[in-house]
Structure formats: C-alpha cells, structure tokens
Design a protein around this ligand. Structure first.
Ligand code: PLP
Length: 407
C-alpha cells in the first residue's frame, strides 16, 4: 500500500490497555480476571449514586446541553471554577483563564503539541503514560525526566531536576503530577515551593496535573499550584474522570495562572486555544453538570466516603506487601494506585517468558515484538497464572521494573 504510518507514532504502545487484550483472551477461556490495571472507578465497580443521575437528567431538560458551547467552555461553569480558585486567596483568575477539553488526555496532548518540537517539558519518571506519549508523539524524542525515588517513598530528586534544568536549555517547562499517578505520592509544600523556585530562577512555566487533587488520605492534603505559584506562569490541569467519578464524560480543563506575566507564555496558551478552535468546543453536557454536582448537599460526604475507602485499601495493600521479599513498596497518600518495584535480587534472575499457554505466549510476543522486559514478563505471568491484571512499571517510561496496581 502507498502509505506509511507517522514516524512519531511507530513503536509506541499503551501498555495499560495492551495487557487488557491478553486478559480478555484469558477471560474467554473461563479465567476470572481481577482488574488491577485500570484507573476507572466505575469499571472497578463503584456505584453512581441516584442523586447524581437525577442531576444529569435535569440538565438534559435544558436544550442548551445539546448545543455547542464557546470554545473555552460553558461560561457559567468557568465562572464557577474561577471563583473556586479565587476563594483560595492566593491568586486571581478570570473565567477567560479556563479552557475545557475532551478529557484531560486531550488537554495534555495539546499542551505538548503547542510548543516547538525542540523544546521540552521535563517530567517525573515514572510518569503517567499520556504525558510521555504526548511528548514522544509530538517531538519524536524520549522525554527529559527527573526521578521519583522508590527507595524514598517516591519523593522526587529535586537536585537532579535542577541539574537538568540548568544544563538543558531546551527545557521550557516542568510537569508535576500531584497526587501522582502511578505512585500515589503526594508532594509536600516544601518540595513544591522548591519546584516553583526552580521555575522562577530558570524562567520556566509549570504544568501541574491535579486530576486527583481531592483524593488524598492518611492525613495528607493537596497543596495546589494556585496556592504556591506566586507570579510564575503555570497551568493547573483538572478533570472529573476520577473524582466524580465520570471518566466516560471525557471532560477536563486547564486553569491558566499568570498569563499576563510573560509574553511567550501568553502566546503558548493562545496556540493551545487555536488548536482547540479547530474542534469548535468540548462536550457541553458534563460541563453544565459540574457546579450542580459539586454544590449538591450529598457531594462532600460521597467524596469523603470514597476517599476513606481508598485509604483503607491502600493501607491493607501496604501492610501486606511491605514485608514481601524482593520488592520495594511505599505507602500511598493520594490517587488510587500503588507502584511496586523489584529489587536487585529479582533483576538478576534472567528467565524466559514463563507463560505456558502457547497461544497466549505467541500473542504476548506479538504484542511486545518478543523483546519483553522483565517486568512485562512478570505482569503477563501473574495474569496467566492467577488472573490478576496489573500494569508493568516500564509502561510508565521508566527503567525501574515493577508494576502498578489500582487500589
Ligand atoms: N492525568 C492523570 C494523572 C491521569 O491518571 C489520567 C487518567 O488516568 C488523566 C490525566 C486523564 O484523564 P481524562 O480521563 O480526563 O482524560
């Protein structure tokens, strides 16, 4: 055929979904699959309360919920969200500083594709797949990263971040995911202030993916970008997929801070908006629901109960896994994932793919090109032998072998 796929897209695989294909094959053979791989609370079995469903029915009564919205999103919802930021008292924004997207995944793709291909946004390692995939798809380069340290409860290596920022002029922005996916790490105010200091000192903008900002436990609270940013230009990314939870709505937004402080940053945000214009707007319906859902008298208790549930699961998982030999496990304090890495003893154990079902073995080899990392071998083995489906750690752009499981 007279076509070839785009170079930037070749070789990229979305492992969070790849392993699902194998799990589904096993399910067809009658195996009970335990889905520890996905970040969709609804698929994991959480029930949507009736009051939420009635709000959605009410909104559907308004014909405007069927209409296009302005490119930046429904004005009344942007007013509501801007007011929420302003009430925190540290920064002032207007509804014009908020832009809606079709899911945060969409916002992330546009954040990377709106900078020059030779400019980089340095990101944590491991990192949530959509960020590094957006970077690789846009720039055809592996991302520039700073390490989260599994031997220090996934605390970031700030010295490494500063060293890299200092020595690579191509770095124009810093990404923080707080609370973090895949590690469940919650950044302290002190660490965040250090990151803001670095951004200010080296003239960088900040991107904070805060989709889990209301999902923290074990006494932790998210210090948000708007609390500590001062006069540094930055973007907070938020969404409804995890918190409400409504991942099928495909609805997320950017809050742009200090747009007037830097002319290049202003042009960057404008470039994002120009891209957004080409698709007219994001889905109107979920945007209209946001203020009504958040202001419902049941909402706070509903969220609190869900978070308490994650806290319980996280502590059960940690207490079981912390004493298991050959792995390094950290307590999680936010989001709903736990990442476990193998220690040196396991890394030295070189063996071939230990999956006994020939068709599954060949399917896995086809998916992975036969060149399968140690932790993928482990994940597929765990799946084929027990039905437990986890995500291999190397799928999060890291050489640390291990796996991520959902609480
Ligand atoms: N950012 C992080 C850190 C996530 O974990 C996810 C989804 O898992 C997203 C963004 C994407 O969210 P959305 O469903 O809004 O595209």
């Amino acid at each position: 055929m007279r076509f070839d796929i785009a170079k930037s897209g070749s070789g990229l695989t979305y492992e969070i979904r790849n392993i699902v294909n194998v799990a589904n094959e096993l399910k067809k053979r009658g195996m009970d699959v335990i889905w520890e791989n996905i970040g969709d609370p609804v698929v994991k079995g959480e029930k949507i309360p009736e009051w939420m469903k009635s709000i959605l029915s009410e909104i559907m009564e308004d014909d405007l919920s069927f209409a296009y919205s302005p490119t930046k999103g429904v004005l009344s919802t942007r007013e509501y969200l801007a007011e929420k930021v302003n009430k925190r008292g540290k920064i002032k924004i207007t509804p014009e500083d908020i832009i809606f997207f079709n899911g945060l995944g969409d916002a992330i793709a546009r954040a990377y594709s709106s900078i020059r291909v030779d400019a980089r946004i340095i990101m944590p390692e491991p990192t949530y797949s959509t960020h590094f995939m957006a970077e690789v798809l846009h720039a055809s380069f592996p991302p520039n990263t700073y390490r989260l340290n599994p031997y220090n409860n996934w605390k970031p290596d700030i010295n490494e971040l500063e060293r890299k920022v200092k020595s690579h002029n191509s770095i124009v922005g810093i990404l923080v995911i707080n609370p973090d996916n895949p590690t469940g790490f919650v950044y302290s105010e002190e660490t965040l202030k250090e990151i803001v200091r670095i951004a200010k000192e080296y003239d960088l903008f900040l991107i904070f993916d805060e989709i889990y900002h209301n999902i923290t436990y074990n006494g932790h609270k998210t210090v948000q970008l708007s609390d500590i940013i001062g006069d540094v230009p930055g973007i907070s990314m938020k969404g409804i997929s995890k918190e409400y939870p409504w991942p099928g709505a495909r609805c997320g937004w950017m809050e742009v801070y200090n747009i007037d402080k830097d002319e290049k940053f202003c042009r960057y945000v404008d470039a994002i908006l120009q891209q957004k214009m080409s698709e007219v707007c994001s889905t109107t319906f979920p945007q209209m629901a946001i203020p009504k859902l958040l202001e419902h008298p049941e909402y706070d208790k509903y969220l609190k109960d869900r978070v308490r549930h994650y806290e319980k699961l996280s502590n059960i998982a940690y207490n079981i896994l912390k004493d298991v030999p050959y792995i390094v496990t950290s307590r999680t304090n936010g989001a709903f994932y736990m990442s476990i890495v193998f220690n040196e003893a396991v890394l030295n154990n070189k063996q071939t793919l230990p999956i006994n079902i020939p068709e599954i073995k060949s399917y896995v080899e086809k998916l992975t090109g036969g060149n399968i990392e140690m932790d993928k071998r482990f994940a597929y083995y765990l799946l084929a032998s027990s039905g437990i489906c986890v995500v291999p750690m190397t799928s999060f752009f890291t050489s640390l072998p291990g796996f991520r499981m959902t609480l």
